[in-house]
Design a protein around this ligand. Structure first.
Ligand code: HEC
Ligand code: HEC
Ligand code: HEC
Length: 408
């Protein structure tokens, strides 16, 4: 027997599931299993489960530029979780960002993406959440400093940043493309990290997926732009990256490594392929700028510094070493209009996987102490304009500014 749900659980699920799901126990089993998978697609765990603690009992701290928010307890505990909620209460959170009783939620709960989730998928998610072990764990989600802690300040925020409504399929696209769009724009909430933010922390949707600075990390451009985005990746490259966290171009670190671990590695191949098809189909975007000439003084100086300080790891062709040293040739991050993250990596160094990485993981050394601002500007100008790359030169003052900022 596959049916795991008792009649008691069914009664619990009853609520608004009538009459569409008034069917058999097998129907509700399928509904719960579907919901379980949808929770993986949405990576609810990332913000609602502290590793090692009861699933979805809340307490994960989320750093934002404005301060700290904490993921809520979403187990069916009546006092501290969603035990007294109806499906309509849950639906309101997902589609409008209003919590039970009308309280406005912060965008750290990615309802600006989840609003696209279809009602039938929300029914399944809700059915699944109802089967969780109730855990008594009071969580104060709002730990922002004043004035950001005032939820009424969100009225203006929502008005500026938020378009409510379920996903509308594009009639001129394939079912596969539309599935990919539904996942990326909706439950997958890829834009939460990959879309640049405006001054008040909302998504700048004119530049959807064009890359953003997170707290100490850069989520690169993942549009189909062949220059700054993933245009040179095949659909297989994308699927492999999302499935395993690495491919011939890059190794996922930091928040993306976590997203792969909790979420995308568990997606079906069909769904990953749909995502790849959708991402690859975006507008090819702006034309590549012409590379800086190899005879330019900065390029000549940069070439010598590269040979001396960088080529031991990234090799002279810029291709890196598979699974050890990332390629700098045809790398979206390297071609990004904004060189901030490149300058940061060279000044501060970096270790794939963040501070939790095994000490044996190869690291990118810091060059803050032995390369001048001029040196770093030159070597990065060279890296950004060699091996098929082309991007604006890096200036000495850009390096000097970031050096000052990092010193604080
Ligand atoms: C990126 C982090 C993040 C992800 C991913 C996330 N949440 Fe949340 N969620 C939050 C935060 C933070 C809050 C509290 C926001 C607030 O208090 O304004 C919250 C609040 C909620 C609430 C409201 C709880 C209450 O008591 O008001 C529900 C329900 C919820 N989340 C469900 C989900 C589900 C279901 C998923 C997956 C589909 C999910 N969340 C994914 C961060 C996240
Ligand atoms: C929690 C934030 C976060 C979320 C959510 C997220 N990403 Fe990422 N992503 C990142 C970061 C940070 C990187 C850069 C990782 C690195 O430098 O190794 C990245 C890297 C990538 C890359 C590699 C790009 C390159 O040029 O190397 C791809 C592809 C990607 N993400 C796709 C996705 C897709 C598709 C989704 C949604 C299903 C998604 N990401 C959701 C933060 C995120
Ligand atoms: C000892 C080996 C080593 C040397 C020398 C080295 N790097 Fe790195 N570099 C790495 C490793 C390892 C990473 C990956 C770190 C990570 O993902 O956190 C990296 C990452 C980078 C990145 C980010 C690439 C990406 O797509 O995430 C850039 C840019 C970079 N290095 C440039 C340079 C430059 C310029 C020099 C010379 C001034 C240099 N590196 C010298 C090992 C090295």
């Amino acid at each position: 027997m596959k049916t795991l749900l008792s009649l008691g659980t069914l009664a619990l699920l009853g609520l608004n599931l009538q009459p569409a799901f008034a069917g058999t126990a097998a129907d509700s089993y399928n509904l719960v299993e579907k919901g379980r998978y949808l929770a993986v697609l949405g990576d609810c765990t990332a913000c609602h489960t502290v590793p090692g603690q009861a699933p979805f009992s809340g307490g994960v701290a989320i750093e934002t530029p404005f301060g700290k928010l904490v993921g809520a307890n979403i187990t069916p505990d009546p006092e501290t979780g969603l035990g007294r909620w109806s499906f309509e209460d849950f639906l309101a959170v997902m589609s409008t960002g209003h919590s039970r009783g009308g309280k406005r939620l912060y965008g750290a709960m990615p309802f600006t993406a989840y609003t696209k989730v279809r009602r039938e998928d929300n029914l399944a998610l809700w059915a699944y959440l109802q089967t969780l072990q109730p855990v008594h764990n009071p969580v104060e989600t709002n730990q922002l400093p004043f004035p950001f802690s005032v939820r009424t300040s969100l009225i203006g925020w929502n008005w500026l940043n938020f378009t409510q409504g379920e996903f509308v399929p594009a009639p001129d696209k394939s079912a596969q493309w539309n599935r990919g769009a539904y996942l990326v724009e909706g439950l997958g909430h890829c834009g939460t990290c990959h879309t640049p933010k405006n001054l008040i922390g909302g998504d700048d949707n004119d530049h959807f997926l064009a890359g953003a600075n997170l707290q100490g990390w850069v989520a690169p451009d993942i549009t189909a732009n062949s220059h700054s985005g993933i245009g040179q990746w095949s659909t297989e490259d994308l699927v492999q990256y999302l499935k395993t966290g690495a491919n011939r171009f890059d190794i996922a670190s930091g928040p993306m490594a976590e997203a792969v671990e909790n979420s995308t590695q568990h997606w079906t191949d069909e769904d990953l392929l749909a995502v790849a098809v959708y991402l690859k189909d975006g507008a090819a975007g702006k034309a590549s700028p012409a590379p800086v000439a190899a005879t330019d003084a900065a390029m000549v100086a940069g070439k010598a510094i590269y040979a001396d300080r960088c080529s031991a790891c990234h090799v002279s062709s810029g291709a890196g070493v598979k699974n050890l040293f990332p390629t700098l040739a045809a790398a979206p991050l390297v071609n990004n209009d904004d060189p901030t993250s490149l300058i940061r990596v060279v000044l501060a160094g970096s270790r794939a996987g963040g501070t939790d990485a095994a000490p044996t993981t190869p690291a990118m050394p810091s060059f803050a102490w032995n390369l001048s601002d001029d040196n770093i500007a030159d070597v990065l100008t060279y890296v950004r304009n060699t091996w098929g790359n082309a991007a604006a030169p890096v200036t000495t003052s850009q390096v000097a500014d970031l050096r000052k900022e990092l010193a604080q």
